[in-house]
Design a protein around this ligand. Structure first.
Ligand code: PLP
Length: 481
């Protein structure tokens, strides 16, 4: 029967065989070390001998050991993108601090400019250190390619500018990070792009706003700071049925918690400033094309122009060559270097962030001075089930608390000694902030409420300190409230 293996049609002279048998037929060495994707879904290894392959099935064998690719998340985070410097043996990513790149012949540079030859031109377009970071994160997202940008916001802006034109519409969750909300309301409005806001979890609302002008759907995996969690597969189905790309901001979940490609997402975007780097040392952003969307069918003329030359890499080409090159929102090689250091320990850190956040949420929940604790990992939380299902039984490192009024919230913040009062998340340090008077201070009361921001709300990004020290810090500060 005919099946498609790694993109090529093959005839197998047998019927009714399992994935395990196929691995044997194809003489794959160490079958237990091979990850198999069947019709777009990664198959659990203990199902290899149960699942029977059918005529026309699409099978991808992924990460043959020794083939330069790896199976496990932590291994990929450490080893992908860069092996060693061939001349010196230096094992860590070098910082290529060069604005431009020399070619011996005028013809060579002309070929690179025209895309006929691979090479670097100018670091506003691409840079070797930045490219290593792009490859690493792309491997972790299982995508077809990534483009890094100067910040998370510029990654979001680049996507919207690539996909929309004046007169277009987009559908966005209204429960968003304040910067994204302001970008949609303050900037996109002036470009005459209408943003139809919906409740992130109201699946029917997305359907209601789809029309011929709709160019994309935008959501966050866990809304910051409302912490509500949409069912991504259901939204992806709607986007898919209407041939609209689904864009997701996975900053809070990272690829360690959320597998965007498996959930039908088209483009995943991260503020690399947060967990990807992990210690607040650099601002950066990145977007990854999961390969789920067929850009030849795009309704965005700018992207179509690039698919004519670059096929399904049209979206990424449009981002790099049209948006980033011409707006200058490129990532610096030094920041890319810091992002690469951070990525290496992402798996370990995310485990601990989630563990500490759960313990802190449980502690704060029983405290008499706290009137509300919002953390998806509390078993009575509205989003417990969907978080467990979507994020591999994990719940992230962010929680919010309410104390009754602003004065009490300020007093708590002012009395914390270990937890730092600053505008960031995803740091090794525990961070707190009063969103209403800071990140959301330019937003209207209605916008704040939509985003789940109240006058007495404190957002906590739980760090990696010893859990007892985090609790002791909150315990002593709460005594002063
Ligand atoms: N998306 C989310 C969910 C964020 O929390 C942030 C920043 O806090 C951003 C995007 C913007 O990222 P950056 O600050 O790197 O521009």
């Amino acid at each position: 029967m005919k099946i498609i293996i790694n993109g090529k049609e093959e005839i197998i002279d047998r019927q009714n065989f399992s994935i395990l048998e196929l691995l044997i037929i194809k003489d794959v060495k160490m079958p237990e070390m091979v990850s198999v994707e069947l019709n777009g879904e990664i198959i659990n290894k203990d199902k290899y001998d149960e699942i029977i392959i059918k005529e026309g099935d699409k099978i991808e064998f992924l990460y043959f050991m020794g083939g330069g690719e790896y199976i496990g998340f932590a291994t990929k985070a450490i080893h992908s993108g860069y092996e060693k410097d061939k001349e010196t043996g230096a094992t860590f990513v070098p910082i290529y601090s060069s604005a431009s790149y020399e070619y011996e012949k005028a013809e060579d540079l002309a070929d690179v400019f025209d895309g006929r030859k691979y090479g670097y031109i100018y670091s506003r377009i691409a840079n070797p250190t930045v490219n290593i970071f792009e490859q690493k994160i792309n491997t972790l997202e299982n995508g077809i390619g990534a483009v890094a940008t100067s910040s998370g916001m510029s990654a979001i802006a680049a996507i919207i500018f690539a996909l929309t034109e004046s007169g277009d519409e987009i559908i966005s969750s209204k429960n968003l990070f304040g910067g994204t909300l302001l970008f949609f309301n303050e900037i996109m409005k002036t470009y005459n792009v209408k943003v139809n806001f919906v409740d992130a979890c109201d699946i029917q609302a997305y359907k209601k706003f789809i029309n011929k002008k709709t160019k994309l759907i935008f959501i966050e995996t866990i809304a910051n700071p409302k912490l509500n969690i949409p069912d991504v597969k259901k939204i992806a189905e709607i986007a898919n049925q209407n041939e609209i790309p689904l864009i997701i901001d996975s900053t809070i979940t990272t690829p360690y918690l959320f597998k965007a490609k498996k959930h039908g997402v088209s483009i995943v975007v991260h503020s690399a400033t947060k967990y990807l780097t992990g210690n607040g040392t650099a601002i950066g952003g990145v977007l990854i094309d999961t390969g789920n969307f067929l850009w030849q069918k795009s309704k965005s003329p700018k992207v179509i122009k690039y698919t004519n030359k670059f096929g399904n890499f049209g979206f990424l080409a449009c981002i790099r060559k049209n948006i980033i090159q011409n707006s200058g929102a490129c990532l610096s090689p030094f920041n890319a270097f810091l992002h690469c250091i951070g990525l290496e320990t992402l798996a370990l850190r995310m485990e601990k962030h989630c563990e500490n956040a759960k313990k802190l949420a449980e502690y704060l929940k029983q405290h008499t001075k706290i009137i509300n604790v919002n953390y998806p990992g509390l078993s009575d939380n509205e989003y417990y089930e969907i978080s467990a299902k979507q994020f591999n039984n994990k719940f992230g490192g962010i929680l919010t608390i309410r104390l009754g009024n602003k004065e009490k919230s300020f007093r708590l913040i002012n009395n914390l000694k270990l937890a730092k009062n600053l505008a960031n998340i995803g740091d090794v340090r525990t961070l707190v902030i009063h969103p209403a008077s800071t990140i959301f201070h330019e937003c209207s009361k209605e916008e704040m409420e939509e985003a789940g921001v109240y006058d007495d709300l404190i957002r906590i990004s739980v760090g990696l300190e010893d859990f007892e020290d985090i609790i002791n810090d909150f315990e002593q500060a709460l005594k002063e409230v």
